[in-house]
Design a protein around this ligand. Structure first.
Ligand SMILES: [Zn+2]
Length: 273
């Protein structure tokens, strides 16, 4: 299922899994001139490719390699030989062989599907990418994944944040994310003068500074509270109850892969996969 929304010079594509005529598990891509920022999920790749058939694409840039952001890479590159695909250097092995490099849990296969392989080129932090007359700067923003980047267009004040910022007050985190790195990356992007923020899902924001600051403050405050309770000798279950509330639906659907416990572990510096 695909919805297309114009935002002036930016076109937004929302891709969702179709179950009985309704869309679920949406993910978002954007196009600026011939530049596509992310390519959605494999389950909707055919429909997405159809929607782009009259568009002259010059390049795809992936904000990171989660399967709901790279799903149509392989299809679009096969259909358009020579289509340039770029991503952070750590993303390249995953893009070349997603099945081997990024095994998917059942819920991820069901919601988004297996991406197909593609050939991609590395992007450097600070590199400038052309999109028509516009210029987008690569900002390395790890934490949500080690290969995450954002893109900033200085003339317009646009910021494309992938999954680094999608709003909300997190009570859960997926295994493998680094919450302290996420906070540092949010601080990095909060320094830019942004007029419009285009997230990898959720709504587009105008003048997002206050919301970015609020998110940073919330996460830092939560992290300090987690560490304080741990110093007091509280158990993980006690900290969870005190700070993060009751069970969440996402914990059931993902069989615990996305959970309050992983958020706590990340704050405590314990890695989890
Ligand atoms: Zn992601």
């Amino acid at each position: 299922m695909l919805e297309i929304t114009p935002y002036g010079e930016v076109t937004r594509y929302d891709l969702g899994r179709n179950f009985f005529g309704r869309g679920y598990y949406w993910t978002t891509c954007y196009r600026v001139d011939g530049l596509l920022i992310d390519s959605g999920c494999a389950n909707v790749a055919e429909e997405f490719s159809q929607a782009l058939r009259d568009i002259e694409l010059q390049r795809i840039v992936n904000t990171h390699t989660h399967e709901d952001h790279i799903g149509a890479n392989g299809r679009l590159q096969t259909e358009r030989p020579g289509l340039l695909i770029s991503a952070h250097p750590e993303a390249l092995p995953v893009l070349a062989d997603p099945r081997r490099q990024q095994p998917l849990h059942p819920y991820r296969r069901l919601f988004w599907g297996w991406p197909t392989p593609c050939q991609a080129q590395p992007l450097a932090d600070g590199e400038i990418i052309a999109a028509g007359d516009l210029r987008l700067r690569v900002i390395y923003t790890p934490g949500h994944s080690p290969d995450h980047i954002c893109l900033y267009e200085e003339q317009r004040g646009w910021l494309f944040t992938g999954d680094l910022f999608v709003g909300g007050r997190d009570r859960a985190l997926r295994a493998g994310y680094d919450i302290w790195q996420i906070i540092e990356s949010l601080k990095k992007i909060a320094e830019y003068p942004v007029t419009t923020l285009f997230p990898g899902s959720a709504r587009v924001r105008q003048e997002p500074q206050a919301e970015l600051r609020a998110k940073i403050d919330y996460l830092e405050d939560l992290g300090q509270k987690v560490l304080a309770l741990q110093r007091q000798g509280r158990s993980m279950a006690q900290i969870e109850r005190a700070l993060l509330g009751g069970p969440m639906w996402v914990e059931v659907v993902t069989l615990g892969h996305f959970s309050r416990r992983h958020l706590l572990r990340s704050f405590l510096g314990e890695s989890s996969q």
